[in-house]
Design a protein around this ligand. Structure first.
Ligand code: ISL
Length: 570
């Protein structure tokens, strides 16, 4: 097998720049704010910073709608600020990866305006996906779209250009037209842009919805799920016909040209274990790892993410366990509970009440970080930041939430019920500003924040947690330190225990080469639970726990509410 890559025992910290730290009082985070807080990442022990998009953008989707791939939005700073940030990251021995958003651009990108304004025969027309209206339906009326697909952000995936009468495809918002990856000029332009950033010194890319870039050019109608307004086109674009070819080509044209080892991680909605193994098998030279979505979909009903239901621990273990087994030996997992698109883990999978907030946040971290793969920490997760107390629709900012609300209410839904779902699942839960201290606006800004700071910043903030050895922050720091010092965390084989237990999450990590084995035991409930302990583990060394008074391990053993512990034996 290939030599271990540096990112196998690394931990990645994600920054959503808009909500991290505002240095110029405009209420929006910026690059200088990040520079001023880099020591926070260093104190945590993070190895890599993943920066969500900072490129020029109309911000219809907070920067995931890019109008210039080779610049910095003035909201965030300048290219000179970016170079200073990159140097400051490297000075601390960390690496920096950029967000690569190339399934779509902004409709204000010059590529798109040229494609649109040049008309059907223009030289850049084929850089995007244009189609005439459906024959036999009055153009511009509902149903005249070239196919029946629904967008990720509500409504059809097609918008009509009045001048030519044709429609362009957008899997996301109408201000996010999809690039046509069938056109080799598009791919070459993307590769050139990637080389430009790598030549500037960045250490890799997180690739936005990269498994959606290859579409079946026939763009056939999709099945309409019961109760849905639009067809589901995913069979035509999730891991589409040429996706492996495109990623292997990108590897050849871009990554293979750099002697230093980069980090590439593909965000892949609906990817299967089998596909993920193929993407991440080093022999295929495609990607280092992927973000899969199975474990963050288990608590959704048939209506999708805004149809929340309780998570069954047995489902979570079956899913994560299958990914552990499925990528063992060949591929590599990305491990995450949180990012800028997900509700806060402590509120969603733990217990954010004052009694169990710290303990359940630390339990979730323990379980995740001890799986085999590279863990990702999303800003504020290391503080146990919780969902926001949104009251009215005016408190929300995210295009996905606002479109969903408008669509549902227009269709006759009860606004209060729609709000209840948004409170549980809106991406804005992840986007409230970082809580640095107990002062007004949490030390995020001295101006007016673009979205309200969670009022719990008076007690939950970085300053208080750095001073408290029992804090969520210090638990994350110890977990990261353990990964850096104990090879079994990175390399050990994973074996799930008690798969049918509704409250206990338990597994071992056996590292034959190091002669060590780890045992992780976690009580994912607010009640004490007695559990059996495998032979030979009673009395072994406790490496880390989230309770102050952890008793020596017995067999059987009673775990306190939300208790998690890691044991080691030789
Ligand atoms: O958040 C989601 C579920 O509600 C996903 O559908 C999400 O849109 C999907 O995971 C893709 O996310 C990425 O691409 C989007 C952008 O809005 C997200 O922020 C980004 O992470 C379009 O660029």
């Amino acid at each position: 097998s290939a030599a271990a890559a540096w990112w196998q025992n690394a931990v990645v910290y994600q920054i959503y720049p808009r909500s991290f730290a505002d240095s110029d009082a405009d209420g929006i985070g910026d690059l200088q704010g990040i520079i001023e807080h880099l020591d926070h990442l260093a104190q945590l022990g993070a190895d890599v910073l993943w920066l969500s998009p900072v490129y020029p953008s109309p911000h219809a989707d907070n920067g995931y709608d890019i109008s210039d791939y080779q610049g910095i939005d003035p909201l965030f700073g300048t290219l000179a600020d970016f170079d200073r940030l990159l140097a400051a990251v490297h000075e601390r021995g960390m690496k920096l990866i950029m967000d690569l958003v190339v399934n779509h651009t902004s409709d204000e990108h010059p590529w798109f305006t040229a494609s649109r304004d040049g008309g059907p025969t223009g030289p850049k027309r084929d850089w995007y996906i244009w189609r005439p209206p459906r024959p036999g339906v009055e153009p511009g009326t509902p149903g005249a779209e070239p196919n029946n697909w629904g967008s990720f952000f509500s409504g059809p995936t097609w918008t009509r250009d009045e001048a030519s009468g044709e429609y362009y495809l957008h899997l996301f918002a109408r201000k996010q037209p999809d690039l046509n990856w069938e056109n080799p000029e598009v791919r070459q332009a993307v590769h050139a842009m990637m080389r430009w950033w790598l030549d500037r010194g960045v250490d890799g890319f997180r690739m936005d919805v990269i498994n959606l870039v290859s579409k079946d050019p026939a763009l056939p109608d999709g099945p309409v799920p019961p109760g849905a307004r639009h067809g589901d086109g995913s069979a035509s674009y999730v891991c589409g016909p040429r996706i492996h070819e495109f990623l292997a080509e990108m590897h050849r044209e871009v990554f293979a040209g750099y002697p230093r080892r980069l980090l590439t991680v593909g965000e892949m909605p609906d990817v299967t274990v089998e596909e993920a193994r193929r993407f991440t098998d080093p022999a295929n030279r495609e990607l280092d790892m992927v973000f899969q979505f199975e474990h963050v979909s288990l608590d959704s009903g048939p209506g999708g993410k805004f149809d929340p239901r309780p998570l069954r621990l047995t489902d979570l273990k079956a899913s994560l366990g299958r990914w552990q087994t499925g990528l063992a030996g060949t591929g590599w997992n990305s491990l995450y509970w949180n990012n800028h698109d997900q509700a806060r883990a402590v509120s969603r999978f733990g217990d954010d009440s004052p009694e169990y907030r710290t303990r359940s946040a630390a339990l979730l971290a323990t379980v995740l970080h001890l799986h085999r793969g590279t863990p990702y920490v999303y800003q504020g997760e290391e503080l146990g930041m919780a969902n926001a107390p949104f009251t009215a629709i005016g408190d929300f900012r995210d295009i996905e939430s606002l479109n969903h609300y408008r669509e549902q209410v227009a269709a006759g839904a009860d606004p209060e019920q729609v709000l209840t779902a948004l409170r549980a699942r809106s991406r804005d839960n992840a986007r409230t500003p970082m809580q640095w201290d107990a002062t007004d606006h949490g030390g995020f800004t001295t101006g007016t924040p673009w979205i309200a700071v969670n009022p719990d910043h008076r007690t939950v903030n970085a300053k208080a947690q750095l001073a408290d050895p029992g804090s969520v922050f210090h638990h994350y720091r110890r977990l990261i330190e353990l990964r850096h010092t104990e090879p079994a965390v990175t390399h050990g084989d994973f074996r799930m225990l008690h798969p049918d237990d509704e409250r206990i999450y338990a597994f071992t990590r056996h590292h034959a080469a190091g002669g060590t084995e780890l045992l992780v035991l976690a009580n994912v409930s607010g009640e004490p639970v007695e559990t059996t302990v495998p032979d030979g583990w009673a009395g072994t060394e406790t490496l880390l726990t989230n309770v102050a008074d952890a008793a020596p391990l017995t067999s059987p053993h009673t775990l306190q509410p939300w208790e998690a512990r890691i044991h080691r034996r030789a």
